[in-house]
Design a binder for this molecule. Structure first.
Ligand SMILES: CC(C)(COP(=O)(O)OP(=O)(O)OC[C@H]1O[C@@H](n2cnc3c(N)ncnc32)[C@H](O)[C@@H]1OP(=O)(O)O)[C@@H](O)C(=O)NCCC(=O)NCCS
Length: 196
């Protein structure tokens, strides 16, 4: 590959120019009934950093179009310092995939644990027309940035394929048969009682 492939294109921006690090102390009001930090607090911080990265790259108002699965690998405790790293991995015409890594640090032990990683798809939107609007291209400056772009491109394709497969599968489901199959599942079908 030519090292300078596409780098002369106007209005392209580097990955580094929109990378963001966000730190937040986990205060007691963030706790759930079990005393750990509520998952929604972490999701809200992830949405905030995704917006910041995408709006910085595109210099535009953006919306969250989708969030990849978020697996919480370990609980976050009140009193810990959460650090989020956000970076635009991939851009299409108007969409941007922002990769987010979350670490949580226990001050007393001085150790940081990886709590989750996820990918947010943000779309630049024209505030007047409310339609999606084009975003600048991404300048990829090292191997990992190139790999992240390619992974992002495949994730976008994979999501489209998954959605298309699920839509076509859902049209072929035989619900009478599937209701019979539910006897091996952890549910009780009692439709008649609900109708009474
Ligand atoms: C996201 C949104 C602008 C897309 O609108 P749309 O009519 O599908 O727009 P387009 O067809 O022009 O697609 C625009 C881009 O969004 C991407 N996109 C659309 N829906 C998507 C989804 N569910 N997941 C990932 N990407 C999506 C398309 O792939 C396209 O990317 P590209 O331009 O890089 O190729 C629209 O669905 C929207 O406004 N959603 C609500 C967002 C919001 O309010 N979020 C906050 C919730 S509280």
């Amino acid at each position: 590959m030519n090292d300078l492939q596409g780098c002369d294109k106007p209005n392209f921006r580097s990955v580094k120019s929109s990378q963001v690090v966000l730190k937040e102390l986990m205060i007691p009001s963030y706790a759930n009934f079990g005393g750990k930090v509520h998952g929604g607090i972490i999701l809200s911080l992830m949405d905030k950093i995704a917006y910041t990265c995408a709006a910085t790259h595109s210099r535009s108002y953006c919306v969250t179009a989708s969030v990849d699965s978020v697996d919480f690998l370990s609980p976050v405790e009140v009193g810990e310092l959460v650090t989020l790293f956000g970076s635009v991995n991939y851009v299409g015409r108007s969409s941007m995939e922002v990769g987010i890594k979350v670490l949580s640090e226990d001050f007393k032990l001085g150790v940081a644990k990886h709590t989750n990683t996820s990918y947010f798809t943000m779309v630049a939107v024209d505030e007047a027309t409310r339609k999606s609007s084009p975003v600048p291209g991404l300048i990829l400056e090292d191997d990992i940035e190139v790999k992240r772009f390619i992974w992002g491109k495949f994730r976008k394709q994979y999501k489209r394929d998954y959605q298309a497969r699920f839509n076509s599968l859902s049209k072929t489901i035989d619900f009478d048969q599937e209701i019979k199959n539910l006897q091996n599942e952890n549910c009780a079908v009692n439709i008649a009682a609900a109708r009474e």
